[in-house]
Design a protein around this ligand. Structure first.
Ligand SMILES: Nc1nc2c(ncn2[C@@H]2O[C@H](COP(=O)(O)OP(=O)(O)O)[C@@H](O)[C@H]2O)c(=O)[nH]1
Ligand SMILES: [Mg+2]
Length: 356
């Protein structure tokens, strides 16, 4: 899963990127300049790994992209940034709430609400451009096409026309078209307002005590996924040794690290559920979109598992922790046997049976 960090200049995008990438032991190799692979902190995975005495624990990962400012002076993203943006499954929109007189705001004053509104309108305009260009082209194609091609063109037209309607009303597409067949038809256009969006309010150091309150205010106003953190503080604490960081946090009144909470919000925003596979000596977490059938989930692990799928043995994480082992769960008849249509539930521990 790819997440693009977007927002106005100087809102703290790079700082957020560093704060999230520094979390959970991400120093070193996984981190390139503008891309970071971030392990998703997962307490369930760690407890499960301990239960089955796994030698190797593999966390689910997100890829974060730190993008240059978009829509500045009407400019769209270009080159590599445009590609990362178009491919991303979701966006983290960073807006500035921190004050800092020494860091000028490009619009003069600090007003996160205005910045959110402006950015949302820019995204709508961006998508409108894409949809209109595509519709124009299709219109020509359909009119000059042979009958059998005409039909395919018309099938593509319908969702685009619906999208144009919403965009004309200044409505982000995710509120109306996400998840369904139409969204799939539009998936390859790189439409920004169709992507999952987490608004990340970048707090002032002085406001960390009221993070939850501010988060609540913005959520009420925007009816959307909202997170709040002080990115600079978290990035700096992320550089420290863990014991030192704990000490500093206590002094600052920022009890819990923000990154795990924000990453969890990212997963929720993406509509992702996590299942677990303790196989041999490895215990692993797998993120999949909510609603994924176990057959497809098996295919994520290995194509052979999908091709030769027989059935899955499943047990909920809580239940397994309580029972103590897969073998004991089986003995007590608590392992469910699920066919390929079974929809994977968050927290499922799965054993997939397949023939090669
Ligand atoms: N006080 C404070 N300053 C921040 C915070 N986040 C970023 N900054 C500062 O704002 C400036 C711009 O941050 P940067 O991450 O480079 O912004 P970008 O242009 O969006 O990538 C830098 O001087 C940061 O130190 C924050 O949470 N609190
Ligand atoms: Mg930057």
């Amino acid at each position: 899963m790819d997440l693009a960090i977007v927002g106005p200049a100087q809102s703290g995008k790079t700082t957020v990127f560093n704060a999230l990438a520094a979390s959970h032991g991400q120093h070193g190799d996984a981190r390139r300049e503008h891309v970071a692979a971030v392990k998703i902190p997962d307490e369930r995975l760690e407890k499960l790994a301990a239960l089955v005495a796994a030698e190797k624990v593999t966390h689910a990962e997100l890829r974060l992209y730190d993008l240059p400012p978009l829509f500045e002076k009407g400019r769209a993203a270009s080159g590599e940034a445009a590609e990362s943006l178009s491919r991303a499954d979701g966006l983290i929109l960073v807006v500035r709430h921190f004050r800092r007189p020494d860091v000028p705001h490009p619009l003069g004053d600090v007003d996160p609400g205005r910045d959110i509104d402006l950015f949302q309108s820019e995204m709508v305009l961006h998508d409108m451009g894409i949809v209109e260009r595509r519709l124009e082209k299709l219109d020509i194609t359909v009119r000059s096409a042979r009958p059998e091609e005409r039909e395919a063109g018309q099938r593509e037209l319908a969702p685009l026309q619906r999208a144009r309607q919403y965009l004309e009303d200044d409505q982000p597409l995710r509120d109306h078209m996400a998840g369904g067949e139409e969204a799939r038809a539009l998936a390859n256009y790189g439409l920004l307002t169709l992507k999952a969006l987490l608004i990340l309010v970048n707090l002032d150091e002085a406001d960390i005590g009221s993070a939850a309150e501010i988060e609540g205010e913005f959520r009420e106003r925007y009816g959307a996924s909202v997170g709040a953190m002080c990115a600079r503080l978290e990035a700096e604490l992320g550089e420290l040794e863990p014991e030192e960081a704990v000490e500093f946090r206590r002094e600052l009144g920022a009890a819990e690290p923000a990154a795990p909470r924000i990453l969890k919000q990212v997963l929720d925003t993406l509509g992702v559920v996590t299942f677990y596979t303790p196989v041999g000596t490895e215990c692993r977490a797998w993120p999949v979109p909510a609603g994924t059938a176990v057959l497809e989930a098996a295919g994520r692990i290995h194509t052979d598992m999908e091709k030769g799928f027989i059935r899955a043995e499943a047990v909920a994480w809580e239940e397994l922790m309580e029972i103590g082992s897969f073998a004991e769960a089986k003995k007590r008849g608590r392992l469910r046997s699920e066919g390929k249509q079974y929809v994977v539930q968050d927290g499922d521990v799965l054993h997939i049976l397949f023939h090669v």
